[in-house]
Ligand binder design. Sequence first.
Ligand SMILES: Nc1ncnc2c1ncn2[C@@H]1O[C@H](COP(=O)(O)OP(=O)(O)OP(=O)(O)O)[C@@H](O)[C@H]1O
Ligand SMILES: [Mg+2]
Length: 227
Amino acid sequence: MTGADTRPGFVARGLVRTFTRGAETVPALAGADLAVGGGEVVALAGPSGSGKSTLLAVLCGWDTADSGTLTYTGPLAGRAPAELSWPELALVPQALGLVADLSLADNVLLPARLARDLAGAEPRGRQLLEELGLARIAERYPHQTSLGEQQRAAVARALVLDPAVLLADEPTAHQDRGHADALLEAIAAQAGRGSAVLLATHDEQAWHRADRVLSMRDGRLGEGAPA
Ligand SMILES: Nc1ncnc2c1ncn2[C@@H]1O[C@H](COP(=O)(O)OP(=O)(O)OP(=O)(O)O)[C@@H](O)[C@H]1O
Ligand SMILES: [Mg+2]
């Protein structure tokens, strides 16, 4: 087994996803190729509507490509994305998806409850709430908090079980610079623990801090930040 095989990651080749509505067809993914390996942060840039969220939806198993291949690697080899659980693959959705009738703290710990490891994850949950400036408001419900606070809770929820793969859709979109940097720090630390990280982001600081930047345009990916 090579070193690369021991770390989680994924390889996607030729992903195509076309949405059809009546006579209209939208080629959201038009042959997207990418590979992300354990320990690296890859930033996914690209204009609104270029296919970033569609790509993340396919990578996490919320949606299925019409054609192309998606292979999880290392300890996740042979697994389909839809069967991966929170410790294996965590997502920060663009729409956040917090549970309305759970406090921020309970939202953050939800993956631990589902994994039946609440006690094990509590210290990490507390640490993330602290690092992301949420400790003081952790007992509030989402509707009693700002959008930026909700977004930071969604990132903490994704990180609480040390996921092997982290997919985050514009995780700094609702933040001031200071909180955005705290989020990027926490996300980089996750890659430092060996996770494969893919961030869809318009945040140029996130591009600068990433190990690599890919640009999406019209459903295809190229190397490097947009010009
Ligand atoms: N369910 C759907 N039905 C039809 N078209 C869709 C659907 N979901 C997305 N699209 C279209 O697919 C294209 C890609 O959308 P996507 O959400 O992936 O873009 P994005 O790069 O994430 O944009 P943003 O930066 O605004 O979040 C867009 O043209 C969008 O209108
Ligand atoms: Mg999007």
